[in-house]
Design a protein around this ligand. Structure first.
Ligand code: SF4
Length: 296
């Protein structure tokens, strides 16, 4: 399923199953769940069976074998110095979901591990479950691990675990997906020295929560100071007020993420532009850093 994608930081997605359980505030408006509801499926929650995607193994092998069936293929060679496809595994679920039968995980892991011509990007909100699920399986040298972090509490809890896993499992590169970013986060220098990538984005969709521009600027500055590649994916539903595109529906967003009627210190004028119009410029610049991928 979904062997091509509009996600900015990858070329293709492969999902071995669909369905999940919400585990944190970043899951509140899970787009994958919204999609599943539209199709009338009930595959979210604890003890609820997921839906296996039978075509996934064939899809990842097609990508591995270089099947060229979409026009953008030529662009990939231009964009990536090593001409390898970036493939995001499990964009509609979580690879380390404990509700999934071990046979499903084993099949997904074996196929992913065998596709050594791809740059695999695994994103999870379940860093604490990874080692148990792997149960001694080897981490492939062509796969990186990205964990989802939306606030300081998750950063303090999960980034040290991620760094420890990188060491224990010899993971070639690790990163953070800070989307939807829900508050100011300080990334400590002792973490940044181990991180290979930071992706930041705001929330989209009808219930989206706005992201203060200073949260993004601060993360950019922290990453720049430690030479960590930084990718700004999107503002999401809300973006900063733009004097070049005047709007009457301006509101003030405090640095604490609350909307104010009066203007508090540090507040930013924001507008509900919609995802497309809000775009992905930060102070007039796009940020498209990628990790240096070295595959064995
Ligand atoms: S972990 Fe990901 S797929 Fe699962 S509910 Fe949360 S946002 Fe959705």
């Amino acid at each position: 399923m979904a062997d091509r994608t509009t996600i900015e930081w990858t070329d293709a997605t492969v999902n071995f199953w669909w369905g999940c359980t919400k585990v944190g505030p970043g899951c509140d408006h899970c787009y994958a769940e919204t999609w599943s509801k539209r199709t009338g499926e009930s595959i979210w929650g604890a003890s609820v069976p997921r839906r296996k995607i039978k075509s996934a193994v064939a899809t990842i092998y097609r990508l591995q074998n270089g099947a060229s069936w979409w026009a953008a293929d030529a662009e990939i060679g231009k964009l990536h110095p090593n001409s390898r496809r970036r493939v995001f595994v499990q964009s509609m679920s979580d690879l380390f979901d404990k509700e999934v039968p071990d046979e499903w995980f084993a099949e997904a892991w074996d196929a992913t591990s065998a596709c050594t011509s791809l740059d695999i990007q695994i994103v999870t909100k379940r860093v604490s479950l990874i080692e148990k699920r792997l149960n001694g399986r080897v981490w492939p040298s062509h796969a990186g691990l990205i964990i989802s972090i939306v606030n300081q509490e998750e950063a303090d809890r999960d980034i040290p675990r991620l760094i420890e896993l990188k060491r224990r499992l010899c993971i070639p590169w690790i990163g953070l997906s800070m989307e939807p970013l829900l508050g100011a986060v300080t990334l400590r220098p002792e973490w940044l020295v181990h991180l290979n990538w930071v992706i930041v984005g705001g929330e989209s969709g009808s219930g989206a929560r706005p992201m203060h521009p200073d949260w993004v600027r601060t993360l950019l500055a922290q990453c720049a100071a430690m030479d960590v590649p930084f990718l700004f994916k999107q503002w999401g539903e809300y973006g900063p007020y733009d004097p070049e595109r005047p709007q009457c529906h301006v509101f003030w967003l405090g640095i604490d993420g609350h909307v104010y009627g009066v203007i508090p210190d540090g507040a930013a004028p924001m507008v509900r532009w919609g995802k497309k119009a809000a775009g992905r410029y930060l102070d007039g610049v796009t940020h498209d850093g990628y990790p240096e991928v070295v595959c064995g």
